[in-house]
Design a protein around this ligand. Structure first.
Ligand SMILES: *[C@@H]1O[C@H](CO)[C@@H](O)[C@H](O)[C@H]1NC(C)=O
Length: 127
């Protein structure tokens, strides 16, 4: 338990370098820097809470949807059928990125694409 707390503290102090799991405070700081605070009327807390629910702050989270063969990627679990390209011939790739860009510790691609999803869906209804 102590080791875990220390690790969480270190992960917060050294952004992006140690862990593929973001800490809550580190994620909030990063999302704020990338302009999500207040985006489309959603507070930073809304975005952080959504990421917790979708991925538990794991930047490398993927989830395969057997019903349509698509996969959800990254901290916001962005779907390959509509938003990114993972080799699926039916993908609309609206964000114009390979889905693998959404698994990096660098969240700029995740945030840029999340903004497009939010604009396109008029808010957070896609999540
Ligand atoms: C994250 O990626 C973006 C876009 O590729 C780049 O401009 C930025 O410098 C990167 N940030 C860090 C901390 O590496």
């Amino acid at each position: 338990m102590k080791a875990l707390a220390l690790f969480a503290l270190l992960a917060c102090l050294v952004p992006g370098s140690l862990s593929m799991y973001y800490g809550r405070c580190q994620l909030a700081q990063t999302l704020q820097q990338l302009g999500l605070d207040g985006y489309m009327g959603y507070s930073l807390a809304n975005w952080v809470c959504m990421a917790a629910h979708e991925s538990s702050y794991n930047t490398q989270a993927t989830h395969y949807n057997s019903w349509d063969g698509s996969t959800d990627f990254g901290i916001f679990q962005i779907n390959s059928r509509y938003w990114c390209q993972n080799g699926d011939e039916y993908s609309s790739n609206i964000c114009q990125i390979p889905c693998s860009d959404l698994l990096s510790n660098n969240l700029s691609a995740d945030v840029e694409c999340a903004k497009i999803v939010a604009q396109d869906s008029n808010g957070m209804s896609a999540w």
